[in-house]
Design a protein around this ligand. Sequence first.
Ligand code: NDP
Ligand code: OXD
Length: 309
Amino acid sequence: MKLLLKTDRYLIGRWKDALYQRVPGLDIVTFPFVGDPSDIEVAVVWEPPKGLLASMPKLKLVVSTGAGVDHILKDPTFPKDVPLVRMVDPGLTQGMVEYVVMAALLCSRKMHRTFAAHARKLWEPETVPLAPELTVGIMGMGVLGRACAGALRGMGYNVIGWSRTPKDFDEIQSFDGLDGLEKFLTRTQILVCLLPLTPETEGILGRGTFNRMPNGSAVINVGRGGHLIEQDLIAALDKGKVEVAVLDVFNEEPLPVDNPLWEHPRVFVTPHIASVTTPESAIVSVAEAINEMRKGWPYTNLVDPDLGY
Ligand code: NDP
Ligand code: OXD
């Protein structure tokens, strides 16, 4: 069975090794490939170029090496009748939990103030609220949002969540839909975006959202750059509505050197590393999807292309 592999170049060798070890009977071609795409049946991809997947008439399965699938669905030629499976992997979840806990602590311990004083060699102690005095609001209570919520709750933060459909979690108050958004935001002091990027969620981190949050709140964006309206965040930071932001994802990646977010004293920038898929653990999820395809079983992590996640 011919499989197309397109991932970050530095990971190609590790993905190939993992696939050959875990999935019998594969003929792997890597992108860019020379030759005929007509007999490729499975594509395991990150950011396939427009038209690539549509050029494969025998394609039976597409697996995203990322949890998000916006990098695939943004291609208007994507063949929606081919099953699309996304990445759900304990390693990816663990990485995200570590990052979000770190980011929440940076914000709640007001480390931007401490680091700024350090840069000026100033000894400026101040008291900060402890976790039980703060409410973290998580937008997107899916696989990653729920795991982060559990970890933050375990540290003592009050945690609330917002999702598209109603939820019922122990110890985590849940809000859903546009009706629930206002109530969710007015309680949220540290906002974590773990939404997928879809037409409904694009630009959700904008002026309307920041204005509904308490003054001096914090914003952590680990969803996608398309969720954030950067100039609205800068305006909210400059008027003190938002005190600090931790941003891992951007509209343009790498973040251009002249983007003002790089130099804002109350913005922490990281290069889309909140959680990185590692082939050695993620291969379990890929092998599972290929096995499901071969056996004709329902897919465990199937995406609904109309919902976009
Ligand atoms: P899931 O599909 O498991 O969860 C998505 C959540 O978002 C669900 O709770 C869903 O609601 C909610 N949601 C979707 N649309 C809406 C909407 N219109 N209004 C309100 N809630 C909505 O995704 P994951 O948790 O696995 O991943 C989330 C995202 O994290 C990915 O799509 C990706 O963009 C990002 N990510 C970023 C990484 C990084 O390194 N920065 C690494 C990995 C992922 P419901 O439960 O009701 O369906
Ligand atoms: C993902 C990502 O979606 O790495 O998994 O951003």
